[in-house]
Design a protein around this ligand. Sequence first.
Ligand code: NAD
Length: 266
Amino acid sequence: MTRIAIVGAAGRMGRTLIEAVAQSKEAQLTAVIERSGSAFIGMDAGTLIGQDLLGVQLTDQLASVTDRFDVLIDFTVPEVTLKNLAVCAQMGKKMVIGTTGFNAEQNQQITAMAQRTALVYAPNMSVGVNLCFKLAEIAAQILGETADIEIIEAHHRHKIDAPSGTALELGRRVAKVLDRDLATCAVYGREGRTGAREQKTIGFETIRAGDIVGDHTVMFACEGERVEITHKASSRMNFARGAVRAAHWLADKRLGSFNMMDVLGL
Ligand code: NAD
């Protein structure tokens, strides 16, 4: 049994993660953490998701529960995740990072911390999305030089970063296959007199609306035909199950930064 702690436990993903761990045969929920001042501190994790008591109460002190878990699953915000990672690295605890929206410097900090502990860091933990990463790489190999490539994503109105971490990861993977640098070839949204499309660019379009869980399309548009690789998430449970699978997979790893492709053996 892998002993799991969840931070951001009262959030959209946090609550789904509590349910996913409770359903898992390989994992046990042993700690739940929320921000100081949260109205849920002291509440049982089961009560939080409207189910039977789970015997684990929400705390705002990660450092006080580090002896209770093996892997911390973190779906919060970048600054909080980095602080938690420092605690985990110091205490020899592993981490699954689902948070998105890190900048380049913060990404470097995560890579550096992976020399002190083992972590899985993935902007999207769903099996289907990771399959789409692979399909997009194959499409880029076959069509990439002649196609116009556009990445379109849609999420719920509460999402605070754009484009999504998944859209950026799709872009990075396609750009790498084509030997392009996403930092210089990406175009984010278009407005006004843009001029004709430059062929080697990769375009990103973002939709924020309603309760959309997460849609992503990579479009390869050529003369006379186009290929679209699309993933649509209809529930957060697929991300949560992926995160729990990643936590269990980490159990025998000591050091290093891994992603979901490693976890899934893709
Ligand atoms: P949310 O706002 O519903 O939840 C975040 C939670 O973190 C909140 O409950 C908040 O109180 C808590 N939090 C904030 N500061 C904290 C602190 N100092 N200590 C403890 N808890 C703290 O957001 P969400 O929709 O659950 O998404 C969270 C993150 O996960 C986002 O970055 C989102 O993009 C990402 N996400 C990733 C995947 C994936 O598969 N990797 C899937 C869905 C969402």
